[in-house]
Ligand binder design. Structure first.
Ligand code: 3HC
Ligand code: NAI
Length: 682
């Protein structure tokens, strides 16, 4: 039984127990409705408490039921029955009261919560809107503006804030929740007027400009997503329509989103993210290495950002550089970043000092001897990495994890420069490392299970989404990126303009295209002015001091506010290379640009799968969504491939094959999927 009831002094207590998160699956809905029905007909019952056992109150509808035939009673029906009951109903909240869970609580007449409770309507993150009355009841309780923020952004709020907004009636100690809720319910027994969220009218009026202002203020983060606009429409309906009609409108909008491709993609990603944290052949009970102190070598772009992750999580970090000057510079940037966060009000000045107080800068690698995890982030050169690791081998304590942040290099070769390759792993952070959520955990041939399991656990502690990758040039993300980059270059040599290539990808939903990205990163990465030989477009642009945004020119010309405009000089440089390459010049349509950029990436993703570099197709998608800005509402490259159909991707690649990068070969897995009509993502 997932729902049980008991009577205490005339209060019917309805308790759900549906681990792990008390999702409102069919059995739970049925059980709650049965309880409400019993309360209605039982003369002895004067009030009701709805509560949950386990780690949380209902964290939402059961997402695994979405897309399957609905089973009565529906959640809106259950909530309407709760609200309509003529005896007081108190919801006793703890844990993460989310989505349908908060909607149940809104159906109740009163809400009590423990101090650590988080309340939210995160449906928008699944490409949906709250479909069980949340868009109609929440604005009636907390007002339109506050409700818009919670519903359209989907971030949960703490109990204290909810209390201040009038969403929670009382905060009660963790250990007394159930008893206090029963006493509260009893004190309300016999009330003539119950505060029904749906019947409230006091907070529901809104000036029409609230909606437009909200749209404007959030335009950037909402670009391309369908659900936020539907959320706004639904909340607007709450201000214009009586409850019953508003609920109908909400239902219509909800069903439309539920049937759409965006929600399918976002729901897929929800489960993909959870799957990514599982390492198939590493037993769940693998012992973890205790990490109490972290060492980082190299305080450059990456080392500093990596350090911030651990400092913010409360772990002491020793940061080692080869000289005092780069060390001071690196530490200065860390402080500046924290202070900028504090200036935006997202961190207290005390927290800045607390984080900085955990940092020990040093120019002596011997200071790493008591670290449990040491991450190397020095220059991307095998010789230097090997030298650093062989020195580390003689300094680091037994059992310490030795990690490299290399982007491309062979982790096995790096591991072989130590006497303990089982302790070596790749921890590939993305730039800026304190912000980007992705972490590729690169598993060497000899990396031990403990090192892998500990790396995965640590990623959670520093709030990263980790994906395990095998060793190959560029691992999962950069290997696929390199293929896209090569095709982008081919396209401009055949007549497409760099700005058209970028535009097509931006219209697809990526934050920027390959040439904008190159300008942002700097065209001179790896460029040596002493050895330059005008042999690539990039080299020529660097020679002309067009080294990207930082020099005011790269593939684009930049104004003072860093807005890029097409450049005639670049057109001329590209044209002269094109002429020398002997390629046919032609007009290339947007569809071809898109296929030429994305299909070879999918082909590479399929090779990554057949070689066992990624554990599952959804891991590839997690890498692209979290590390490279692939639009979440498109699920990721492999999910996109499934939407197109493997046969179409294969046909597209064959259409363009003659023009693709030298040495291009089709993936056997892709061919097989195309033949069988199979999917990558299940
Ligand atoms: N339905 C089904 N399964 C769910 C679920 C849900 N709503 N929420 C979590 N789970 C599952 C996860 O898939 C995971 O399963 P696994 O162990 O097999 O991988 C397990 O529960 C534990 O979840 P987490 O690993 O995410 O546990 P955490 O403790 O890290 O996080 C949480 C807990 C904050 C509740 C997080 O799981 C979460 O955000 N869940 C989704 C909440 C949500 O989106 N609710 C709205 C649902 S839509 C809705 O309610 C529609 C309504 O308006 C009609
Ligand atoms: P960087 O050049 O900004 O920083 C490297 C730092 O290492 C320099 O400050 C240098 O003084 C220091 N250093 C060099 N040798 C050292 C030694 N023996 N001991 C101590 N310090 C030493 O380089 P960046 O960009 O931070 O890259 C570092 C590593 O991270 C590289 O392997 C790179 O491939 C990888 N990486 C870089 C990303 C990026 O976007 N910049 C993204 C992901 C990985």
């Amino acid at each position: 039984m997932s729902v049980s009831t008991s009577k205490e002094d005339g209060v019917l207590v309805i308790v759900s127990d549906n681990p792990p998160v008390n999702a409102l699956g069919h059995g739970v809905r049925e059980g709650i409705l049965r309880g409400i029905e019993a309360a209605r007909t039982d003369q002895e019952v004067t009030a009701v408490v709805i509560a949950c056992d386990g780690r949380t109150f209902h964290a939402g509808a059961d997402i695994t039921e979405f897309g399957k035939p609905p089973q009565d009673p529906s959640l809106p029906e259950v909530i309407e029955a709760i609200e309509a009951l003529d005896k007081p109903v108190v919801a006793a909240l703890h844990g993460t009261t989310l989505g349908g869970g908060l909607e149940v609580a809104l159906g109740a007449h009163y809400r009590l919560a423990t101090p650590s409770t988080k309340l939210g309507l995160p449906e928008v993150k699944l490409g949906l809107l709250p479909g069980a009355g949340g868009t109609q009841r929440l604005p009636r309780v907390v007002g339109v503006e506050a409700a818009l923020g919670m519903i359209v952004k989907g971030d949960p709020i703490p109990a204290k804030k909810a209390e201040a907004m009038g969403l929670v009636d009382e905060i009660v100690p963790e250990s007394e929740l159930r008893q206090r809720a029963i006493a509260f319910a009893r004190s309300k027994a016999g009330s003539a007027e119950l505060p029904r969220s749906g019947r409230r009218t006091d907070k529901i009026t809104a000036d029409g400009s609230v909606f437009d202002d909200f749209r404007r203020a959030n335009a950037r983060r909402l670009r391309g997503f369908e659900a936020p606009e539907a959320c706004i429409e639904a909340v607007k309906a709450a201000t214009e329509l009586p409850l019953e009609e508003g609920l109908k409108k909400e239902r219509e909008l909800f069903m439309k989103l539920m049937m759409g491709e965006q929600s399918a993609a976002l729901r897929y990603l929800f489960f993909a993210e959870r799957a990514a944290s599982k390492i198939d052949d590493v037993p769940k009970d693998t012992p973890l290495i205790e990490v109490k102190k972290v060492g980082i070598i190299g305080a450059g772009t990456m080392g500093g950002g990596i350090a911030m992750n651990f400092l913010s999580a409360g772990l002491p970090v020793t940061l080692v550089e080869r000289d005092q000057a780069p060390l001071d510079r690196g530490v200065g940037i860390i402080r500046k970043n924290y202070e900028a966060t504090a200036a935006k009000g997202r961190m207290s000045p005390e927290a800045v000092e607390q984080a900085m107080g955990l940092l020990t800068p040093s120019t002596d690698m011997n200071d790493l001897k008591d670290c449990d995890l040491i991450i190397e982030a020095v220059f991307e050169l095998m010789e230097i990495k090997k030298e650093v690791f062989s020195r580390l081998d003689s300094i680091a304590k037994d059992g310490a994890i030795l990690a490299t942040n290399t982007s491309y290099l062979d982790v096995n070769e790096i591991a072989a420069s130590t006497k303990r390759p089982e302790s070596v792993v790749g921890l590939h952070f993305f730039s800026p490392a304190n912000i980007m959520r992705l972490l590729e955990i690169v598993r060497g041939e000899k990396t031990s299970d403990s090192v892998l399991a500990t790396s995965m656990a640590l990623s959670k502690k520093i709030r990263k989404t980790a994906v395990v990758a095998g060793v190959c040039h560029g691992f999962i993300g950069n290997r696929m990126l390199a293929v896209r980059q090569a095709e982008a270059n081919n396209l401009i040599l055949e007549g497409a303009k760099p700005w058209d290539v970028d535009r097509v990808l931006v219209e697809f939903g990526l934050p920027m295209g390959p040439f904008q990205m190159a300008d942002l990163a700097g065209l001179d990465i790896g460029w040596d002015p002493e050895k330059t030989s005008s042999s690539t477009i990039r080299e020529v642009l660097c020679e002309r001091d067009r080294r990207g945004q930082k020099t005011g020119a790269g593939f684009y010309d930049y104004d003072e506010s860093r807005r890029g405009a097409p450049s005639a000089e670049v057109e001329e440089v590209v044209a002269s290379f094109a002429e020398r390459s002997g390629r046919e010049q032609r007009n290339i349509g947007d569809q071809e640009i898109l296929e030429r950029l994305l299909y070879p990436m999918i082909n590479e993703g399929a090779k990554i799968l057949e070689e066992g570099i990624a554990q599952r197709a959804s891991d590839v998608d997690i890498v692209w969504v979290n590390g490279y800005g692939w639009p979440a509402y498109r699920g990721g490259p492999m999910f996109f491939a499934d939407q197109q159909g493997a046969a179409e991707v294969l046909a597209g690649l064959k259409r363009h094959e003659a023009r693709l990068q030298d040495g291009f070969t089709l993936s056997e897995l892709l061919k097989r999927k195309a033949e069988e009509g199979g999917r990558f993502t299940g």
